[in-house]
Design a protein around this ligand. Structure first.
Ligand code: NAD
Length: 429
């Protein structure tokens, strides 16, 4: 039985940090700060529904492989479940459960009427042809057909998926319903009801948070030295927008390693180079090769981890030189590392705030679809910016008044809002 199957082991190495335990620890800390009743935090520490399905897929060579696909619905107290679908070899049920919980707090923090969910399949999409990926996406969504829907659970892209997969999933759902249902997913292509601004939204939100945090320190983006781990949907967009705003992006990386230039990389040229070289960035002229561990410990003003979780840990935390870390990925800084950074006076702006631009524009896409009225990009970006800036200000205000870290402040706001709604709705039966 291979690693992609239903009963694959969850704990690949002794250094394994369980993402769900970490997510529950953050919830516990917020519950303590909010003095929540035991029953409330007990309810919120459990996902409402966990679905694992088998996905039999015919490979192009005729072989049949059976993959495991997960969808975890953490909470729908504030509205339909919302969360991405990840295609990545490290996907496990625990990881998906942790990410579903994070989505609940993120939507609550941003004040959008959604609950939290996440989905994933443990595959390396690069090992599959486009037609195999289409068969996997379609079968996955058809297995989940009774669990999703525009007012039930609305998937979106995450690592390893994009507008292309969302289009296949929307089509599969629609064919099964007998009519077009664009609202079943967000992050769709524009041709089927996607929103302008969605592709760059998470990176744009990261840029807004970095800009606001620098402004609070009396600084601007101009000339600020930034290192970014990950050059995909989120890292690539953040790099481009920060570069356009005058920041010096001194390093970026992919899973294969990174490139570094003391005086800053030309991000438009690097993007063009990556497009021409099958997404590879190594060999980019006028840049030195560096490893991912080296990138994280570079001397810089701002560090943006925009790839995977558990990248800044007890192992490397003492070598981190940035004094502002903006979490563009979900869970890139471990709980212990976060405490060490706080003790050293390093500010960590948490994922549930910093990478919320994507779900905000997903929400705006859903609103536009439901009202059959589509907005120009300026309006989409403006609405998103306003929600991101408001959330940033609320988090910093809570952090200052309660004398707690921005991470705990963000959790206090997110968890507090859900707990209030739970209290108001009451417990059935
Ligand atoms: P992506 O697949 O588009 O890009 C991921 C990037 O990380 C790629 O450049 C890849 O090469 C790199 N990478 C992969 N393994 C790596 C490794 N071991 N070390 C360093 N780099 C590695 O994914 P994405 O959509 O940009 O998502 C990145 C992160 O942001 C994830 O944690 C995701 O959950 C989070 N996120 C994404 C969105 C979104 O809208 N796509 C929204 C919120 C949060």
């Amino acid at each position: 039985m291979d690693q992609t199957s239903l009963f694959a082991p969850d704990s690949p190495s002794p250094a394994y940090i369980c993402p769900f335990d970490q997510a529950c620890s953050y919830l516990d800390a917020a519950a303590k700060e909010l003095k929540l009743a035991q029953g409330v935090s007990e309810i919120l520490s459990h996902p409402r529904k966990v679905v694992t399905v088998s996905i039999p897929v015919k490979r192009d060579n005729g072989e049949i492989q059976v993959l495991a696909g997960h969808r975890v619905q953490h909470s729908d107290i504030l509205g339909p479940y919302k969360g991405g679908i990840r295609f990545h070899p490290a996907v496990t049920l625990r990881e998906v459960s942790a990410l579903a919980m994070l989505m609940t707090w993120k939507c609550a923090l941003l004040g959008i009427p959604y609950g939290g969910a996440k989905g994933g399949i443990a595959i390396n999409p690069k090992s599959y042809s486009i037609s195999e990926l289409e068969r996997i996406s379609r079968r996955y969504i058809s297995e989940l057909i009774k669990d999703i829907g525009p007012s039930v659970d609305i998937p979106a892209p995450d690592m390893g998926t994009s507008a292309r997969e969302m289009a296949w999933m929307m089509d599969t759902y629609s064919v099964n319903m007998g009519h077009a249902v664009p609202g079943v997913v967000t992050g769709k292509p524009l041709s089927i009801g996607g929103s302008l601004g969605r592709e760059m939204a998470t990176g744009r939100g990261v840029m807004i948070i970095v800009r606001e945090a620098l402004a609070d320190r009396g600084k601007s983006l101009s000339g600020t030295r930034i290192a970014i781990q990950g050059f995909g949907n989120v890292g690539g967009a953040a790099a481009e927008l920060l570069h356009q705003a005058g920041a010096k992006i001194i390093a970026v990386s992919t899973g294969l390693g990174g490139v570094f230039a003391e005086n800053g990389l030309d991000i438009s040229e690097l993007k063009a180079y990556a497009r021409e070289n099958n997404r590879k960035i190594s060999g980019f002229p006028q840049a030195k090769l560096i490893t991912n561990p080296e990138l994280l410990t570079l001397p810089c003003d701002v560090l943006i981890p925009a790839a995977l979780e558990n990248q800044i840990t007890q192992e490397n935390v003492n070598q981190i030189q940035a004094n502002l870390i903006v979490e563009a990925a979900n869970g890139p800084v471990t709980l212990e590392a976060n405490l060490s950074l706080e003790a050293r006076g390093v500010t960590v702006l948490p994922d549930i705030l910093s990478n919320a631009g994507g779900v905000v524009v997903s929400y705006l896409e859903w609103v536009q679809g439901l009202s059959y009225l589509f907005w120009d990009e300026e309006r989409v970006n403006g609405e998103m910016e306003s929600l991101m800036v408001q959330a940033y200000r609320k988090v910093m205000h809570q952090s200052q008044t309660r004398k707690i870290s921005p991470r705990l402040a963000a959790y206090v706001l997110g968890v507090g809002r859900v707990a209030q709604a739970l209290n108001d709705r009451g417990l059935y039966p």
